[in-house]
Structures are given as C-alpha cells and as structure tokens.
Design a protein around this ligand. Sequence first.
Ligand SMILES: CC(C)=CCC/C(C)=C/CC/C(C)=C/CC/C(C)=C/COC[C@@H](COP(=O)(O)O)OC/C=C(\C)CC/C=C(\C)CC/C=C(\C)CCC=C(C)C
Ligand SMILES: Nc1ccn([C@@H]2O[C@H](COP(=O)(O)OP(=O)(O)OP(=O)(O)O)[C@@H](O)[C@H]2O)c(=O)n1
Ligand SMILES: [Mg+2]
Length: 171
Amino acid sequence: MGLLSSLLWAFWYILPAYFANASPVLVGGGRPIDGGRTWRDGRRLFGDGKTWRGFIGGVSIGTLVGIVQYHITPSFYGDLRTAVLLAFLLSFGALLGDLIGSFFKRRANLPRGAPAIGLDQLGFLITALALAYPVKTLSSGQIIFLLVVSPFIHWGANYFAYKMGWKSVPW
Ligand SMILES: CC(C)=CCC/C(C)=C/CC/C(C)=C/CC/C(C)=C/COC[C@@H](COP(=O)(O)O)OC/C=C(\C)CC/C=C(\C)CC/C=C(\C)CCC=C(C)C
Ligand SMILES: Nc1ccn([C@@H]2O[C@H](COP(=O)(O)OP(=O)(O)OP(=O)(O)O)[C@@H](O)[C@H]2O)c(=O)n1
Ligand SMILES: [Mg+2]
C-alpha cells in the first residue's frame, strides 16, 4: 500500500472518533454527567461542558458514521459487526477521553471552556485509538500521522465552529 493511500485509510479509520468528538457541540446540552457533584477538592467532577446528551449523541453519531462507512468500503472492515464495533469503540473512546480530559482540567482548577493545549487535541484521540486497536490495528506510521495531524484538524474544526457561532471560544 502506497504511503498516501495508507494515510488516507488512517483518516478513514478515525472518522467516527472525529464525528463523535465534534457532534456534542451541536447536539449537546442539558443535564451534566456529574449532576453538579464536586470532587473532594470542592470543584466540579467534570463541569457543565459534559452532558449526557452530548455523550450519548456523540457516541450514536460516531457509530452511525461507521455504519455508513462500512457500506462505502465494506472490504476495509470485513463484516458489518466489525465495522459497528470499531465505530462504537472509537466513538465511546473519544467521548471518554474528552471526559477524562475535563476531569483533569477541573482538578487543575481550569474553568469550563478553558483551553488545555495538548489535552484538548489529543485526549479524545488517544483513548479512541486505544479502545479500537484490539478490533482493527493501524500501523505505527498511521498512528503517528493521526497524532501529528489531528491537532490541526481539531483547531480547524473549533475555529470553524466558533465562526459558525456554535462555540463561544475558537478552541
Ligand atoms: C486546518 C486543517 C488542516 C483542517 C481544517 C478541518 C476543518 C475546518 C474541519 C471542519 C469539520 C467540520 C465541518 C466540523 C463540524 C463542525 C463542528 C461541530 C466542529 C466542532 O468541533 C469541536 C471539537 C470539539 O471540541 P473539544 O475537542 O474541545 O471537545 O471537535 C473537534 C473536531 C474534530 C477533532 C474533528 C472534526 C472533523 C469532522 C467533524 C469530520 C470531517 C472530517 C475532516 C475535515 C477530515 C478529512 C476527512 C477525510 C476523509 C480526508
Ligand atoms: N460530553 C459532552 C462533551 C461536549 N459537550 C458540548 O460540546 C461543547 C464543547 O466541548 P468541549 O470543548 O470539550 O467542552 P468545554 O465547554 O470546553 O468544557 P471543558 O473545559 O471541560 O473542555 C461543550 O461546551 C458542550 O456544550 C457536551 O454537551 N457533552
Ligand atoms: Mg473544550
């Protein structure tokens, strides 16, 4: 497989995690996952930026993206069950990583919406890749490619959402 096609397949592979991470901006809101509870440091567990609707909506959208992808390139996944499991794990991993990131941001006394360079851009990606790896592996080159490129796509998507008025901050 040529280098370019290998990198494009890496993008294709990670798409459910991208959509899962981005969609809560549009479908999120409502009851926070931490229910307003605080940690022993007196600060919120995750904060108001992490809602049930965002988590469940993000995982659902990411999984749906995977189902559509299977029908476009079935041979990449083998069978539908693998495609759905992969997309679900990528999406669940993305939202879980985002949640863990928020937990640590609150522990560091960062208010909701504050940027955490590195964590915001890679937290969701690393957990998504970790959970999905047992179902379908990527080469180390593909993983490194995604780790290098994703912060730029993350920045571009956040900037795009800010310009569209979907986010109050461009990060
Ligand atoms: C600057 C460069 C190199 C590229 C810019 C890419 C760009 C402008 C993407 C916009 C994609 C888009 C239309 C996003 C939907 C709008 C939206 C809801 C964005 C909100 O994103 C917020 C953020 C969540 O915030 P948090 O991380 O702080 O919790 O999510 C970040 C988003 C991503 C990490 C991925 C965004 C990508 C997509 C939604 C899917 C579109 C896929 C691509 C652009 C990649 C190219 C695809 C192929 C097949 C080559
Ligand atoms: N599980 C989630 C994740 C995100 N969102 C929505 O998506 C927006 C952007 O997500 P993110 O930037 O991760 O949240 P922040 O508001 O920046 O909060 P934090 O400081 O915890 O990152 C959030 O404001 C929230 O409206 C949500 O509703 N539920
Ligand atoms: Mg944020």
